[in-house]
Design a protein around this ligand. Structure first.
Ligand code: AMP
Ligand code: MN
Ligand code: MN
Length: 335
């Protein structure tokens, strides 16, 4: 038995024994975080152990991003206020795809108050802030670790559970394009598809189903993108902005900005791509992507954020020019 599989067993034992279980994704969740938490919630529910199962993420208000509304298990969701109003601590709180405690946002206290806290993650930077830590940076997605827990629980993987896990898998592997894609990613996908789950439905809802206004926002942002061929010792840097002004003019929420990086990053003249996104409070957030030569996870960490080697992010300040300067300086420093 490997060290990881021992921890998987330990996690399953704790989950089975708990009466009240809190499953948490990181703030502004992606499909790997929320899909993982929902899959685990559905798996526990299927065991009919008379548990109180809550899935949450610490955004206030807690609004499920549009591209994730296709995920099953929405009946398990409760926001940080409902959790705080409940006063009783949870027996087990388990975080999914959360690299640091502060990524739990408004759910940090509930996590810490639980009798047993469990961290399940695949970020190499995770230092282990739980009582039990299942951290495997070689996992292509957190959802793959969740599937191991589901198996250890003895749960039959239903189409719904498979869909939630698949959503995480395709997101973190960039639809099986990113370097994180390993043989295990395809083996897991094959197993999930064999449940009969509708992979085409999930893929379309998540990646090919945007409002026209969001498509236009993509156009505006790409039209003003900047390519600096000399940056990063000539390997190139491409960047652009998504402003609240543009979003307001087109009636697009911050979710609609998520697509921009996926297109910007295809620029062959640039090793690194960055999208600066202004949120509804005028704060700039960045999405960083690297083709391989630059560890943008490290770059994001120096900016107070985090992430993986090839995909990372951070929250900067209210001034876009200093945000751009900060990113350029951090890129220069890391290389
Ligand atoms: P995104 O560009 O928002 O898709 O984020 C890419 C990756 O960067 C995520 O999967 C997270 O691992 C990480 N990340 C994004 N924003 C932050 C942040 N503010 N703090 C820490 N990690 C982040
Ligand atoms: Mn994530
Ligand atoms: Mn992940």
């Amino acid at each position: 038995m490997t060290a990881t599989s021992k921890v998987v067993e330990q996690v399953a034992v704790r989950l089975r024994a708990a009466r009240r279980v809190l499953l948490l994704a990181h703030v502004t969740p992606d499909a790997d975080a929320l899909g993982s938490a929902l899959a685990l919630g559905l798996a526990l529910e299927s065991l009919k152990l008379e548990q109180h199962i809550v899935v949450s993420f610490g955004d206030d208000p807690m609004v499920v991003p549009r591209m994730l509304t296709c995920l099953p298990g929405a009946h398990l969701l409760a926001d940080c206020h409902a959790i705080a109003a409940d006063e009783q601590p949870f027996d087990v709180a388990l975080s999914c795809d959360v690299s640091t405690l502060n990524r739990l946002g408004a759910n940090q206290d509930a996590f810490l108050a639980a009798q047993t806290s469990i961290v399940v993650d695949h970020h190499a930077s995770n230092t282990g802030f739980g009582d039990i830590n299942l951290i495997d940076p070689s996992a292509p997605a957190n959802a793959v670790l969740v599937l191991q827990i589901v198996d250890a629980l003895g749960v039959v993987v239903t189409e719904e559970i498979a869909q939630a896990i698949y959503a995480g898998l395709i997101t973190d592997t960039g639809n099986f394009k990113f370097p994180a894609t390993n043989p295990a990613a395809h083996l897991v996908a094959a197993r999930l598809l064999s449940t009969g789950m509708k992979h085409d439905f999930i893929a379309r809802k998540m990646y090919d189903d945007d409002d026209f206004a969001a498509v236009q926002l993509l156009g505006r942002s790409l039209a003003r993108s900047v390519l600096d061929r000399e940056a990063l010792h000539g390997t190139g840097f491409v960047w652009t902005t998504v402003t609240t002004e543009d979003r307001a003019a087109l009636g697009v929420s911050i979710d609609g900005a998520e697509r921009v990086i996926d297109t910007l990053r295809i620029t062959s003249e640039a090793e690194v791509a960055c999208v600066f996104k202004e949120d509804d409070h005028g704060i700039w957030k960045i999405s960083l992507r690297s083709k391989g030569a630059v560890d943008v996870g490290l770059v994001a960490q120096t900016l107070g954020g985090g992430g993986h080697k090839f995909a990372a992010g951070a929250t900067l300040g209210p001034d876009v020019s200093s945000a751009i300067d900060d990113v350029r300086r951090a890129l220069d420093a890391v290389r």
